[in-house]
Design a protein around this ligand. Sequence first.
Ligand SMILES: Nc1nc2c(ncn2[C@@H]2O[C@H](COP(=O)(O)OP(=O)(O)OP(=O)(O)O)[C@@H](O)[C@H]2O)c(=O)[nH]1
Ligand SMILES: [Mg+2]
Ligand SMILES: [Zn+2]
Length: 288
Amino acid sequence: MAKQSRTEQGRVIKAVASKFFVDVDGDVKVCFARKKLKFDGNIYVGDYVEIAKDRDAYVIEAVKERKNQLIRPYVSNVDVCLIMVASEPEPDFVLVDKVIVNCLEEGIEPVIVANKSDISVLDLSEYQSIVKCFNISAETGKGVPEVFDYVEGKTVCLAGQSAVGKSSLINAILDSDECEIGDLAKKIKRGKNTTRRTEIYNLGGTYLMDTCGFSMLEAVDIEPENLRLYFDDLEMFRKECKFNTCTHINEPDCAVKQHIGKEIGTGRYDRYKIIYDELVERRKNKYE
Ligand SMILES: Nc1nc2c(ncn2[C@@H]2O[C@H](COP(=O)(O)OP(=O)(O)OP(=O)(O)O)[C@@H](O)[C@H]2O)c(=O)[nH]1
Ligand SMILES: [Mg+2]
Ligand SMILES: [Zn+2]
């Protein structure tokens, strides 16, 4: 009974070893987790939790049901995912398209943010009809207020390759240098994985999730035949295809192919096929 009254609600904003940092109305409490929860491997940054004081320590008693979750980065209860790219490191748009698929599967809005526009502006024309796109510079601040306006009040996950400027954008929004900024390894033109763990920065109810860069990602486990449902730019022409279930790969009289290089970006279609083949390959391996 007394225990009940000591229960508080909060949100996990960071995990370090066995400690979880839980934001309770702006007050951060360091918590341990009940053994059972920990061994399920089941507390994500972004989780809403119930904590209670157990003698001198705070303990996470329960994790509330998640609205959604991503595996890469490991986060939960996300509204918008800012998929960040930059001219340096060289963008990997297969990775971008996989993140879009994974977001759509989880009901998260994908948004593309091309950073470092002070160096060069990336061509996002293939994406303009499918997702909201921004060209910004975290360094000069160009476009940063527009991004913030778009996500204000939401839980926002920043995702993408190392050194695209995820932490830099959060710093620009917070107007601080709270996040550690890395460098581009000049020789290999790749990032150095400066951010090592996911952390949430709460700016008056806008939750900004700084995450670790990654260069490998699997699309969610869907049937290859269903991949088309995650490519709106292709799907909008399916009605013109001969077969209603056309996957736009090998079927005869596929109308989508007529639109490639016009309304549908050539790169988008090529990447669709790459991801399709990966899903076919994965299904084969599963049943072997
Ligand atoms: N020219 C330019 N450089 C930028 C901009 N934003 C970030 N950088 C630089 O890019 C490098 C990487 O920035 P970070 O913010 O650490 O990148 P990150 O995406 O957080 O990288 P990880 O934490 O490793 O995943 C740093 O040297 C930044 O100074 C920008 O708008 N313009
Ligand atoms: Mg970082
Ligand atoms: Zn087709």
